[in-house]
Design a protein around this ligand. Structure first.
Ligand code: SIN
Length: 324
């Protein structure tokens, strides 16, 4: 039987990080190249044909449009290539959720696309990178991973891009999902999906844009006022409020945002929970959009994608945030 063929797109991050010693605390992200990653993966005997390309060699705090565009073009142009079965993106964990969600919005879920990282550098004691990579290759090789959108694999769990977030600054089990937890468990030799592939047969949700508009995130805090809003909004085409609790903010801030003349999406600075319309804030009166289950970073990505696709009407925006 033919072995699955998986393309690795390497961007850097701790999964490619090196400290130069197994017990060194500090390390540099993106030191191990894709050729070395593939060689190490092949030594595990995964029974997959791996090839790869080096998109970047950076920590994911520096990821942005340039790398996202290369990732999107590299995958979209090969989605129908019969000689490829799936894609694995190696990535820093800090912004994994943003890259995964952006690609999820723009790629048809035809073949598995799996983003994977590590919390410990490649040469650390108890490094999680090779196990996570082996798991990611396992998921990307499974035809049952298609139709689920972009997936994130960390610590023997598979998350959907829309749910996943980094929830801890250290420790191998740093990722959580909201509102759904993991949608599968995975090891290098097993994979158990908890439900059907809900997006099987569907196309991409959005056109890939030529650029993404400037959308800052405004983090709400006690004592904040309208002057803080003015500082943040220069050149913005939209804004996401990382509000208190149910996406709330001082009255002067809400009023300043309503006057700003750009779409406003209310998310929350709280770890978990949905921000719903017209509960504590009168979204109808202010003309705001409620982010529902998306945290600020992903609410920003969706708002950018909507604006880049010409959607500015608050009701149309709200239905995009309501849709899962
Ligand atoms: C990064 O996001 O590149 C650094 C942290 C990590 O990969 O875990």
């Amino acid at each position: 039987m033919n072995q699955p063929r998986i393309r690795i797109l390497a961007t850097g991050g701790t999964i490619a990080g090196s400290a130069g010693s197994a017990i060194e605390r500090g390390y540099r992200a993106g030191e191990v190249g894709v050729v070395e990653l593939i060689k190490a993966a092949n030594e595990l005997g995964l029974a997959r044909v791996l090839d790869g390309s080096q998109v970047s060699a950076i920590g994911s705090q520096d990821i942005g449009w340039q790398q996202w565009n290369v990732l999107y073009q590299s995958i979209a142009s090969e989605m129908d290539n019969r000689r490829l079965d799936g894609f694995v993106i190696t990535h820093g964990t800090d912004t994994a959720e943003e890259t995964a969600f952006l690609l999820d919005l723009a790629l048809a879920p035809t073949k598995p696309v799996v983003l994977v990282g590590a919390m410990r550098p490649a040469d650390a004691v108890g490094s999680d990178g090779m196990r996570n990579l082996a798991n990611a290759v396992r998921v990307a090789s499974d035809p049952g991973a298609a139709g689920r959108g972009v997936l994130v694999v960390m610590s023997d769990q598979v998350f959907a891009a829309i749910d996943v977030r980094k929830a801890a600054t250290s420790g191998a089990e740093a990722f959580r999902g909201f509102p759904r937890g993991p949608i599968a468990n995975v090891t290098p030799t097993s994979l158990d999906w908890f439900g059907p592939a809900e997006r099987a047969g569907r196309g991409a949700q959005f056109e890939w844009p030529a650029a993404l508009p400037r959308v800052p995130i405004l983090y709400a805090y006690a004592g904040m006022d309208d002057a803080d809003v003015a500082c943040m909004l220069a050149g913005a085409r939209g804004v996401v409020l990382a509000g208190m609790g149910q996406g709330n903010a001082p009255a002067t801030v809400l009023e300043a945002l309503a006057r700003a003349g750009v779409p406003v999406v209310r998310s929350t600075r709280v770890d978990q929970g949905s921000v719903d319309r017209n509960l504590e804030v009168d979204d109808d009166a202010f003309g705001f959009v409620a982010a529902r289950g998306l945290g600020p970073a992903k609410a920003r990505i969706l708002l950018q994608m909507l604006l880049a696709n010409g959607v500015t009407d608050p009701a149309a925006m709200q239905s995009a945030f309501d849709r899962r």
